[in-house]
Write a protein that binds this ligand. Structure first.
Ligand code: SAH
Length: 248
């Protein structure tokens, strides 16, 4: 069980697989005012940077689930490196439909809401693992600028304009589902650059090391197209944030 190879090639050097930076995760960790011992569930935990650094900085514990064996292994190594492997655990698995045995204090899905078919489905899934009064974290893109056509949306890498909302509409949608938005931290363009531009160096190095790999043509095509695509589309059209929600 694995995610498409282009991600494990292009993001193999990433600690954070979304437009958040270490500073943004630190700001969010402080904003949530978590007490030591807070239990977190993280669906689509990637290389584990959120759980590992929050365990180090706030004494929280947690479980992360991710479908990439590579990212899961990196998460375990990061936990050891930060000396938090007794408190945070990473499982390689499909998080679709995953419900924790024991309800947690914080239930998160940061940049992987397709796991349950979008924001609404992911909120419903996370709610099953969350204790009453707990905090849900949703990391999700939104349109900074609504594309004038589905062709532009496709150039941004999504199938249609309706795949995402504007920030006001996304925030209103939480309200409509009966949740209070109690905190949020938004990514910025520099964060997008860190996420996207870091892939270019990784792909370039991978191509130099693996010229005869069957996958080289695909990586070559991606490296050639990605920079112009990023500065023309994603950087201009996409916002991204993590939203902390509590049910009313
Ligand atoms: N939250 C992480 C990773 C976000 S990227 C971070 O902040 O860095 C999205 C992640 O979802 C990737 O790590 C990918 O491997 C994982 N993923 C994709 N589909 C999944 C699924 N069905 N179940 C679990 N993880 C999945």
């Amino acid at each position: 069980m694995d995610i498409p190879r282009i991600f494990t090639v292009s993001e193999s050097e990433h600690r954070i697989h979304n437009p958040f930076t270490a500073e943004k995760y630190a700001a969010l960790g402080r904003a949530l005012r978590m007490k030591p011992g807070t239990r977190i569930l993280d669906l689509g935990s990637g290389s584990g940077e959120m759980l590992c650094t929050w365990a180090r900085d706030h004494g929280v514990s947690g479980t992360g689930i991710d479908m990439s064996p590579l990212f899961t292994e990196q998460a375990r190594r990061r936990a050891e490196e930060l000396d938090v492997s007794e408190r945070v655990h990473f499982m390689h698995n499909d998080a679709a439909g995953y419900v924790a045995d024991e309800q947690c204090d914080v239930a998160a899905c940061v940049g992987a809401t397709w796991i349950a078919g979008g924001v609404a489905g992911t909120m419903a899934l996370l709610a099953k693992s969350l204790r009453p009064g707990g905090i849900m974290l949703i990391g999700e893109p939104y349109w900074l600028q609504v594309p004038a056509s589905d062709e532009i949306a496709q150039a941004c890498g999504v199938s249609s304009v309706s795949d995402f909302l504007t920030l006001p509409d996304l925030v209103a949608s939480f309200d409509e589902r009966g949740y209070d938005l109690v905190e949020m931290v938004l990514a910025d363009r520099e964060g997008w650059d860190r996420y996207e531009a870091a892939k270019w160096m990784t792909m370039r190095r991978w191509l130099e090391a693996n010229p005869d790999d069957d996958f080289a043509q695909e990586v070559r095509a991606e490296l050639t197209a990605a920079p112009v695509r990023h500065v023309t589309y994603a950087r201009e059209y996409f916002g991204w944030g993590v939203f902390a929600l509590m049910t009313r």
